[in-house]
Design a protein around this ligand. Sequence first.
Ligand code: URA
Length: 189
Amino acid sequence: MIGMFSWEILESACKTCNRCRLAENRTNVVVGGGNRKAKILLIGEGPGEKEDLSGVPFVGPAGQLLDKMLACIDLSRNDVYIANVVKCRPPGNRDPEPDEKNCCIEYLRYQFALIKPQIIVCLGRIAAQSIIDSKFRITKEHGIWYKKKNCWMIATYHPSALLRDAAKKRTAFEDLKEIKKKIDELGII
Ligand code: URA
């Protein structure tokens, strides 16, 4: 789909994309944000209302919690790159449909190829099922490391899920500690 290999071409392909119905109602395409040279790639589900309006990932309430989660393990947005499985907002924040995810995943693959992360953190089930395993069960398989294409991958709860159910925060904190351990082990920050 995208012939050449650069951020500029990727961004322009995303911003003019009409491959699925999500293009119809978007205000902005949320390509991603953070440090393009980061060794850690965080992957969320898709833009919400505030992200659609601003074009920046994780700027709403889930984003504020994400910043706190990062701070817990001494990370800031400048230490990571943040992308989503789909780059346009699903109406009413519904889950993205399979065909919408399929249309968009190629952009994420390009981002992966450009960033070459050593660690991928999937935020929630949708990201984990798109990246790690289509049958991924977040309640059972969060906090477990997988290695694919020379990259370590792990999933934890999506910050929106933590906002809905604070009891999961303790579990997510254990996952964050695992991530911190791997960062130290790999010596990447
Ligand atoms: N939730 C996501 O999954 N991604 C965002 O960018 C914002 C909220």
